[in-house]
Design a binder for this molecule. Structure first.
Ligand SMILES: *Cc1c(COP(=O)(O)O)cnc(C)c1O
Length: 433
């Protein structure tokens, strides 16, 4: 039987609204707290740090939020992204399962991060902000915000986790090409950076440290706001364009997923692919399973504690109710740099606590093995982060084979790995553990 390989939507079919799952959650996440007063933080409290519309989106309970025309215009460069039937992978696994993936690697920066970078730069520009600061782990978020800021005429300083700065020189080149200033973190540029270098002279850096530096600069410098690439509600909101498109595409394919899978760093791409389908579980009693795939070396969902913790190392951010390994947790320098974060977003954490989603952890070698198989049968070399979702999808497909059922599996291919080939080289050389 001939299967359709990929389902492509017309530009006009691109969703006009993002989906806010807060509207449908039976238990809303507990509020973020001011660490000094332990009082709930309001949107206004965040206006010094984030553009006002983004701070408002962090708290809104409105179910659907209109995507501004200026944002849709830029989305059109790469959206709608294709939904692809992984027929090569199905054949290689000899499974009765149907495997689909949403290909977010086709964006100009090679990942889903642009879905939030564009609206963040847009809302800052609209408010008259001149400069933005941010952090980047693997360099994906920094690359995305660099081009988004350039488009809207903002300048950008990126604090890049030092281990990635060394391991991934081409991401630096991408950000430079787009016109951003890139500083390895911890740096001597901020007070908190200097302090960390004194305290941990040999540190590889971490996302938590880089966030502290970017926040400090945003607060001290006039006309400056900070942008975060994951974790927060408004970031997950922007990413729901992935799942909203995928819903339409699955409908065209004549299937509905039994399992939806995303790799998990702070939760943005997982939320993006999942929430529009999870809406059917929450409002119509569907029984779809949702699996977040995290690295074994940074297992906040599978082994972390659910408690109030800071989003950064230094404790500049509000306290967030989340699954966390502790804000001073320093993850191993694995190649999936985008997954090296100690915590998880508040919404995803609450959903996990309430049993609406599941989590699995994946070993680094298993993730690369899955990534190599996927490259060879589907032709796309996945980002090291995305290989975690692929591994989880393969496991589900093999389970379906054992059980002899035709399960429909959908996973998000969050990015490609063409700038991460050094990591693949190290895998082939047997240098990873
Ligand atoms: C940043 C990144 C991730 C992890 O971040 P989430 O917010 O959890 O999605 C995953 N994959 C790629 C390709 C990334 O760039």
């Amino acid at each position: 039987m001939k299967v359709t390989k990929k389902i492509v939507l017309h530009e006009e079919e691109m969703p006009r609204q993002w989906y806010n799952i807060l509207a449908d959650m039976p238990n809303k996440p507990a509020p973020m707290l001011n660490p000094q007063t332990r009082e709930p933080v309001s949107a206004q409290d965040m206006y010094g740090l984030f553009a006002e519309e983004l701070a408002n989106q962090e708290f809104t309970q409105e179910r659907f939020i209109d995507i501004p025309d200026e944002v849709r215009e830029l989305y059109r460069i790469y959206r709608p992204t294709p939904l692809v039937r992984a027929s090569g992978l199905e054949k290689a696994l000899d499974t009765p399962a149907k495997i689909y993936f949403k290909n977010e690697s086709v964006s100009p920066v090679g990942s889903h991060k642009l879905n939030s970078a564009i609206p963040q730069a847009y809302y800052n520009k609209k408010q008259g902000i001149k400069h933005m600061t941010t952090e980047t782990g693997a360099g994906q978020w920094g690359s995305a915000l660099s081009i988004a800021c350039k488009h809207f005429g903002l300048d950008l300083t990126v604090f890049m986790v030092n281990s990635s700065y060394e391991q991934k020189p081409y991401r630096k080149s991408v950000m430079h090409t787009y016109g951003a200033t890139v500083i390895p973190s911890p740096s001597m540029t901020t007070e908190v950076g200097k302090e960390m270098r004194k305290r941990f002279p040999n540190t590889a850096g971490s996302l938590g440290m880089a966030i502290s530096e970017a926040v400090e600069m945003a607060i001290k410098q006039p006309d400056t706001r900070y942008g975060l690439g994951s974790v927060l509600n408004h970031v997950c909101l922007h990413q729901t364009i992935i799942g909203e498109e995928a819903r339409k595409q699955m409908e065209i394919a004549g299937d509905y997923p039994d399992v939806v899978i995303g790799c998990f760093g702070g939760g943005s791409n997982f939320s993006g692919i999942s929430f529009p389908f999870l809406r059917d579980n929450l409002t119509k009693g569907f029984k779809t399973r949702f699996i977040a795939a995290e690295p074994e070396s940074c297992p906040k969902l599978t082994k972390g504690k659910f408690e109030y913790d800071f989003g950064d190392t230094e404790g500049f951010t509000p306290l967030i109710p989340m699954f966390t390994l502790g804000h001073d947790f320093e993850p191993a320098a694995i190649h999936a740099g985008g997954l090296r974060y100690h915590g998880a977003g508040a919404i995803v954490s609450q959903l996990l606590k309430d049993g609406f989603i599941e989590a699995v952890d994946v070993k680094q070698l298993d993730s690369f093995k899955a990534g190599v198989l996927f490259s060879q049968v589907e032709g796309i070399i996945p980002a090291p982060e995305s290989t975690h979702a692929i591994k989880a999808a393969i496991d589900e497909a093999l389970k379906a084979k054992e059980e002899g059922v035709e399960r429909v599996i959908l996973f998000n291919l969050s990015g490609h790995g063409l700038i991460d080939l050094a990591a693949y080289d190290r895998y082939f050389a047997g240098e990873l553990n």
